[in-house]
Design a protein around this ligand. Structure first.
Ligand code: MLT
Length: 268
């Protein structure tokens, strides 16, 4: 079974771990878990060792107290601890979506030596506006009172391109409903206080792929292209027929872009 449980300093984490070869570490978005990469996990594990954790508070991993704050730094340090626990001390290819991208921005600051390449999907390097911060705290309160399922039912279609099949929406609702209310609240508070990393983009020293879904309204392609322009060794790819969840919505084009990028990086 590719799912295993790791004991870390701060509790148990469920991770997907399969395949052999150079490691790829996939970091999920909010409030999801490793299943959002289902179009990538098996496919890339034919060529690479694929690792995809459920971050603290999400999927099958331990949760936190209701008043906790899970900062991007805590998540980033958790990734470093997972790599250590798996005995991986060489640089790895990191792929993160949205909140996963915020975490990789922090990882680049604190653990740059562990990075072989970065793939930043449907994400941004800016901090929250005051209004967005207020909404995070509101989300935390509402989910703690009413449960994760309410968020699952109200996140609606803003994450997706028009005409996304109902089965894909249902997959997303299941993942959100499976996240613990305390984990959702803690990550919401943590995202509200995250630091921007726009000023550091020009210091990124590894090959970086920036991917945006054509219809992403949360991290629009124009903003992501601008982000790529600021990273020295970057490439930008727009995925057709996809919104904020490009790897789930159009895995075929997403995988082709990622595979081609990884091959170029590995050929040096
Ligand atoms: C995500 O997909 O991780 C979220 O859209 C991140 C956010 O709420 O900023």
């Amino acid at each position: 079974m590719p799912l295993k449980t790791l004991s870390l300093n701060k509790g148990q984490r469920q991770i997907f771990d399969e395949g052999e070869g150079n490691p790829l570490l996939f970091v999920h978005g909010f409030p999801l878990d490793h299943r959002m990469w289902r179009g990538q996990l098996e496919e890339f594990s034919r060529e690479y060792r694929v690792i995809a954790p459920d971050l603290c508070g999400f999927g099958g991993s331990d949760s936190v107290p209701e008043d906790a704050v899970l900062t991007m730094k805590q998540f980033s340090d958790e990734l470093a601890e997972i790599l250590l626990a798996l005995g991986l001390d060489l640089p790895v290819h990191l792929i993160g979506l949205s909140m996963g991208g915020y975490i990789l921005g922090q990882f680049q600051k604190d653990h740059a030596m562990r990075i072989a390449s970065l793939t930043l999907c449907d994400t941004k390097s800016t901090a929250d506006t005051e209004e967005a911060k207020e909404n995070r705290f509101k989300t935390a309160r509402v989910v703690l009172e009413a449960g994760s399922k309410l968020l699952a039912d109200t996140m609606g279609t803003k994450l997706f391109a028009p005409d996304t099949p109902e089965a894909v929406l249902e997959e997303m609702r299941t993942m959100v409903a499976d996240a613990s209310p305390a984990g959702i609240a803690a990550a919401s508070r943590g995202m509200a206080e995250r630091e921007p990393f726009t000023d550091r983009l020009e210091t990124f020293r590894v090959p970086t792929l920036v991917i945006a879904g054509e219809h992403d309204t949360i991290s629009p392609p124009a903003e992501m292209r601008e982000m790529a322009n600021q990273i020295p060794q970057s490439e930008f790819v727009e995925i057709a027929d996809a919104g904020h969840m490009s790897p789930l919505e159009n895995p075929q084009d997403f995988n082709a872009a990622l595979r081609a990028f990884l091959r170029r990086v590995e050929l040096g």
